[in-house]
Design a protein around this ligand. Structure first.
Ligand SMILES: NC(=O)c1ccc[n+]([C@@H]2O[C@H](COP(=O)([O-])OP(=O)(O)OC[C@H]3O[C@@H](n4cnc5c(N)ncnc54)[C@H](O)[C@@H]3O)[C@@H](O)[C@H]2O)c1
Ligand SMILES: [Zn+2]
Length: 364
């Protein structure tokens, strides 16, 4: 069964299709959306080895003129060098403004391809076929594209929305358990944003996502996508602050990733600890109580994510330094998203540095 979420961005609408085996619906979807002509698929070796043959045969049935471009694994794909290599491939594939580029991969492929699609000939059609849990619940949705500079991650980017997102749950079957666990940090975030119904359901079922239970993964992708779409629709270009709550766990999390040199902690692990820190800070400010922090802690543990950074040798002062370079800091004031109750996150500015330090001392 295929589920559809329609995303409305100002006067435009595009669909997200979610379900098991939706890849096979591509010929029908392309016909409906009048997608034809030259199509460049961008992916990685590992993904093509696992799922490339199937995608290729499905795309053949949809009558497009197919080319394929491979980018390397990891953040290095989001580089100037790879961007220009991709532009060259887009030229060879004879893409013009009526043709499409299809991102077949996780957030790395999606971010790079999105940026290239938005800039090549001032914009060609973009199709997302996310293949990681993180991409299906988070990065493919919301229109943010990015490449990295030596000075930092995601420093160059655009807002560019796709024509369609096709999220096939079956594709997630080949993901390593650790990669799923990592994406669950964002899912816990959605649970905290959404309310007791989703959080309660996650408490019962999140461990089954790690076992790659397809029904559970499908439910998780569907609910997460619904939540992200709702927030993005309210503020498609991040102008009014409505998207701030998507940053829950991330102000702390980005700082943890940075002090860990982007190697010792994954994004999901950092965000998990960031949510623990946010829960602790909220309790210190009297915004919430410890029962909320405890529930969150248990859910993070069931996701096989860390809840403390002890043993890394991080110093609270060094972590605090990174808050100030976070690109979401406007006017020098750090915004923290803190849990008030389940389903209600508050954006708080001007918190005293000594309280933040106490929270950090507790965690590291
Ligand atoms: N644009 C946004 O809004 C947004 C939001 C969150 C994260 N991001 C970006 O997303 C990136 C992280 O994305 P990610 O976590 O998907 O990592 P990723 O894209 O690096 O994928 C993780 C690994 O899984 C492999 N893989 C992908 N699909 C697979 C499959 N089906 N089976 C087996 N292996 C598979 C990939 O080749 C890669 O080695 C970061 O660069 C981050 O900045 C962007
Ligand atoms: Zn994140």
């Amino acid at each position: 069964m295929m589920k559809t979420i329609n995303v409305k961005i100002n006067s435009c609408t595009y669909p997200i299709y979610i379900g098991r085996g939706v890849l096979h619906q591509i010929p029908k979807i392309f016909k409906q959306l009048k997608i034809s002509g030259n199509l460049l698929v961008v992916s990685q070796k590992k993904i093509l080895a696992l799922h490339g043959a199937r995608l290729r045969s499905i795309l053949k049935k949809s009558g497009v003129n197919l080319s394929i471009h491979i980018v390397p694994d990891g953040e290095q794909a989001k580089s100037e060098k790879e961007l220009f290599r991709l532009y060259e491939a887009m030229l060879r594939a004879r893409l013009d403004r009526s043709s499409h580029v299809l991102a077949f991969g996780g957030g790395v492929v999606g971010d790079l391809v999105g940026y290239a699609a938005s800039t090549f000939k001032r914009g060609v059609g973009l199709i997302h076929v996310p293949t990681t849990l993180l991409a299906q619940v988070d990065s493919a949705i919301g229109g943010k594209t990015a490449i990295n500079l030596n000075a930092g991650k995601n420093l160059v980017g655009t807002f560019y929305h796709p024509r369609v997102i096709i999220s096939d749950i079956e594709i997630l079957k080949t993901l390593p358990r650790k990669v799923i666990s990592d994406a669950l940090a964002e899912v816990v975030k959605y649970g905290m944003m959404s309310g007791p119904a989703l959080l309660g359901w996650l408490e019962k079922n999140i461990h089954r996502a790690l076992e790659k239970n397809i029904g559970i993964l499908e439910e998780i992708v569907l609910e997460s996508a619904r939540i992200k779409v709702r927030v993005v629709e309210a503020d498609p270009y991040e102008l009014y602050g409505y998207r701030d709550i998507l940053n829950y766990g991330h102000t702390f999390g980005h700082a943890f990733e940075a002090v860990a040199g982007y190697r010792r902690l994954t994004h999901g692990q950092a965000v998990a600890c960031g949510m623990v820190a946010a829960g602790d800070l909220a309790r210190r400010l009297g915004i919430s109580n410890s029962s909320l922090s405890d529930r969150q802690l248990a859910l993070i543990r069931s996701s096989e994510l860390p809840t403390s950074l002890k043993g890394f040798g991080f110093k609270p002062k060094n972590i605090a330094r990174y808050f100030l370079v976070d690109k979401k800091v406007r006017g020098g004031k750090v915004k923290f998203v803190l849990p008030q109750r389940i389903g209600s996150l508050l954006v708080v500015k001007g918190i005293s540095p000594s309280l933040i330090e106490e929270t950090l001392k507790q965690l590291v």
